[in-house]
Design a binder for this molecule. Sequence first.
Ligand SMILES: Nc1ncnc2c1ncn2[C@@H]1O[C@H](COP(=O)(O)OP(=O)(O)OP(=O)(O)O)[C@@H](O)[C@H]1O
Length: 239
Amino acid sequence: MNGSAPVVAVERLTKRYGGRPVVDDLTFALDRGQITGFLGPNGAGKSTTLRLLLGLAAPSSGTAHVLGRPFAELTDPVGTVGAVLESADFHPARNGRDHLRVLAFAAGIDHARVERALEAVELTDAARRPVRTYSLGMRQRLGLAAALLGDPALLVLDEPINGLDPAGVHWLRALLRTFADQGGTVLVSSHVLAEVTQTVDRVLIISRGKLVADQPIADFTRDGSLEHAYLTLTSAATA
Ligand SMILES: Nc1ncnc2c1ncn2[C@@H]1O[C@H](COP(=O)(O)OP(=O)(O)OP(=O)(O)O)[C@@H](O)[C@H]1O
């Protein structure tokens, strides 16, 4: 692993579907210890970018590297990146603990980490219940537990507050801050600008596949200023 490489380095990343660029010449880098919000309107290309970063789709051109390598070339992918994408899938009859045990076994991760991951997402008490009885918020927590199993350097989360109640949102914010304070890197997509303002250190905004902002959240301290910038930048790109 290249210790001096940024945790994430995306360079001139482009993905075309049917000749149409849905991710268009994107360049950004993420360092350790920061939470970055990834914003953009529906269809702007956020999920596609995350999929390219996680090796779930191949770029048409450009590169998406994690610690200096494409995801597919990481020697310890589970210990490097933890991800929760929108399509998180669970076996409905399996209980939460067994879901994590299956993943841990497949990745060669110690059982003890399953218990720690359950504790980290506060699901220990529900660990013996079948996942089909879980609320949407509990499923989000279980997905997060799976992402944390390998003690990764990078967390990639697609719309993680979907389904969380206000207490859950507050809890997730604290969890991500602790993770970042310990040197972790977080890339989190969201549509909820008010929440983003309270959670992230930096924002990336994309519109029609293009990066239109890459700024510290400190630039948006005035009430509504992130919303104003977001609406201006994303409507300018669609005009
Ligand atoms: N496999 C695919 N084949 C064809 N087009 C695709 C494919 N995946 C995504 N797209 C298109 O790429 C565009 C970007 O989609 P993407 O899901 O990345 O956007 P998004 O920013 O995550 O949107 P949302 O906020 O609605 O989740 C959309 O127009 C979508 O229809």
